[in-house]
Structures are given as structure tokens and as C-alpha cells.
Design a binder for this molecule. Structure first.
Ligand SMILES: [Zn+2]
Length: 105
């Protein structure tokens, strides 16, 4: 894996368009094929990955959670985990029912 700052440097050189890909490769010590891949956008894997399933950092003072009644930083992690577990149980129940109905017919 190439260090993200190298990739950024390569992108910068590409954007400036003053050097050839071969020259950029020599300058950065990265293979020309890789520079070409970055140029053509075939290496999008160095963008910072933002996880959108992660709740935001707690903000403000702890408050009374309307879900579980605990003093928590919202969003309440306990309620979130309970909701996930509840969904998981529901899924298992539906699956069991489905399997049972298949066995009957
Ligand atoms: Zn809660």
C-alpha cells in the first residue's frame, strides 16, 4: 500500500500536468503503472473512509434517555444495541417460522 501522502503528491503532479506520468513515477518512486492507475481513477481506495453507521461523538451534557431512562449522551448506545438485538431476534423468529412452514408443506 502506498502512503496516502504519496498518492496525494502524485495527484497534485497530475493536476498540474507539467510532468509526464513517467517523470512523476521517477520522482515519487512509484511504478508508472500505478501512477497511470491513479491518473485514470482506478485507485479510489485512498480516499478517507467515512463510516456512516457510526453514531456521532457525544455532544452536550448527559440527558435522560426517553428509551431506557438512563442518563446518557444521545444517541443512546444502549438503546441502539437493544434495537439491533431486537431486530436480530425478530429475524431469527421469522426465519424459524419460515423453516417450520416449509417443513409442513
Ligand atoms: Zn437509552
Amino acid at each position: 500500500m502506498i502512503a496516502p501522502e504519496i498518492v496525494l503528491e502524485i495527484r497534485r503532479h497530475l493536476a498540474e500536468a507539467k510532468l509526464s506520468q513517467r517523470q512523476i513515477a521517477r520522482l515519487t518512486g512509484i511504478s508508472r503503472a500505478t501512477v497511470g492507475a491513479i491518473a485514470s481513477g482506478r485507485r479510489p481506495d485512498y480516499e478517507p473512509r467515512v463510516r456512516d453507521d457510526e453514531p456521532e461523538r457525544p455532544q452536550g451534557p448527559a440527558v435522560r434517555c426517553p428509551g431506557c431512562g438512563g442518563r446518557v449522551y444521545l444517541p443512546c448506545r444502549l438503546c441502539r444495541v437493544r434495537a439491533i438485538k431486537r431486530r436480530e431476534r425478530e429475524r431469527q423468529k421469522h426465519l424459524a417460522r419460515f423453516v417450520a412452514s416449509c417443513a409442513r408443506s
